[in-house]
Design a binder for this molecule. Structure first.
Ligand code: SDX
Length: 374
């Protein structure tokens, strides 16, 4: 009997959604290279592709976009909750709770995913997140603008101004790159819940809960904290060597599947560089530190197959686009919700409840002793 720690190399299902080539560092959504999708597609079209397995024709696309835009508003109950929650709450806890309220409002009991639930989940995450961001900044929340695309509207609701073309493209590409990644921890968590035929909201909340962790979707926040802690490019080598000597991880580095450079990090690095050049100041300084961390990190970890992952440069992109670091995991979740839904729809088609085993190594047949004799 072999224990597969962390279910490493265990296949839990067949899939046609995402293929990761961990050796060559390639990623495909429904057979399309993410390089092509990042260059030519957008978040809405790629979400449709991930959910339904094909690129939409113009009617399917316009219909899907229209449904998303019309469903961006959040209920008064969710707004009241967001106004009531303390300002230093963990944004992933706030998102998870707001989605719980959405589930209560939709009154979903068992597994029967409606089109509207799918649209609601994808369209409302940015509104929930930006509403709370504005309240924390003591600013008036910004209502969604149905004339803007998904990514542009997200930035508009956060910053109160419409993004430039570069900012929109950087956000849209970042969201495309976060939509799905095969059987990562949060997708698996959402599948476990869905496999019991629980409701879609409970499954998505499981995904949010797993994504929050610093080893997964929380690494982008940790990476930026690390760049800020380093402070100056001259400190990088000493800081990294110190961390490695103390067996501390370089956040935004390493991956269970990629044993080479994460292709998403390659694409995000280009946008991080572009935004750093444009914005200058702290963003530029943090980008230059990140580049140096990448160089030193690869020098020491590359031989072990440990390279930058999606969270390394996404941290610079999200920061440059106006998100406080503690919100980076929620931005990740706002894209990954599409992937969670797609894998749930695919798995439950010929469902089997997920129930692995644990290898018992304790005693058997111990004699019960009454408490006054212990
Ligand atoms: C995401 O699964 C996905 O697809 C996830 C994701 C997605 O899109 O859903 O890609 C998103 O979560 C990316 C990963 C974000 N996490 C981080 O950046 C946190 C830092 N990275 C690590 O904790 C780690 O690399 C993991 C969690 C990503 C992968 O962990 P594994 O595969 O279980 O590897 P491991 O922890 O067993 O490490 C193997 C060895 C260890 O050394 P030894 O004890 O064998 O000597 O590699 C070392 C680790 O110490 N190692 C690192 C390291 N990552 C692994 N050493 C220093 N820095 C690191 N970042």
């Amino acid at each position: 009997m072999e224990i597969k720690k962390g279910l490493e190399d265990v296949y839990v299902k067949e899939t046609e959604i995402t293929y990761i080539d961990g050796e060559l560092g390639r990623l495909y959504y429904r057979g399309y290279s993410i390089y092509d999708l990042a260059e030519f597609s957008n978040f809405e079209e790629t979400s449709y592709l991930i959910l339904y397995g094909k690129l939409p024709n113009i009617y399917e696309y316009e219909n899907f976009v229209k449904s998303l835009r019309e469903s961006r508003g959040i209920s008064d109950r969710v707004k009241e909750f967001l106004k009531s929650v303390k300002k230093n709450a963990d944004p992933m806890d706030v998102l998870r709770t707001a989605v719980s309220i959405m589930g209560l409002e939709e009154n979903t009991h068992t597994y029967n995913v409606s089109e509207q639930s799918i649209i609601n989940l994808i369209s409302k995450f940015p509104t929930i997140i930006s509403y709370y961001i504005r309240l924390r900044r003591d600013l008036e929340p910004v209502e969604p603008d149905t004339s803007l695309s998904h990514a542009a509207n997200f930035l508009y609701m956060v910053n109160g101004t419409k993004p430039s073309e570069e900012e929109y493209k950087a956000m849209d590409v970042a969201m495309i790159l976060h939509i799905d990644h095969e059987m990562n921890a949060s997708t698996f968590a959402s599948l476990v819940v869905a496999s019991t035929l629980s409701d879609i909201y409970s499954s998505i909340i499981a995904g949010i809960s797993a994504l929050k962790g610093p080893l997964h979707g929380g690494a982008n926040y940790e990476a930026l904290k690390m760049f800020k802690e380093i402070g100056y490019i001259e400190n990088v080598e000493k800081y990294i060597l110190n961390r490695l000597a103390n067996k501390q991880r370089i956040m935004g580095f390493g991956h269970r599947v990629y044993k080479t450079y994460d292709p998403r990090a390659r694409i995000l690095k280009a946008y991080a560089k572009l935004l750093a050049e444009k914005k200058g100041g702290e963003i530029k300084r943090l980008y230059e530190i990140a580049e140096k961390v990448e160089e030193i990190g690869i020098k020491h970890l590359g031989p072990k197959g440990i390279y930058p992952n999606v969270d390394f440069y996404s941290s610079i992109v999200f920061y440059a686009l106006g998100f406080e670091p503690e919100f980076f995991p929620t931005v990740f979740a706002s894209a990954r919700v599409t992937g969670w839904i797609a894998h749930i729809l695919e798995y439950v088609k010929d469902n089997k409840i997920i129930r692995p085993k644990a290898y018992y190594k304790g005693e058997i047949g111990r004699k019960y002793i009454p408490i006054d004799s212990r």
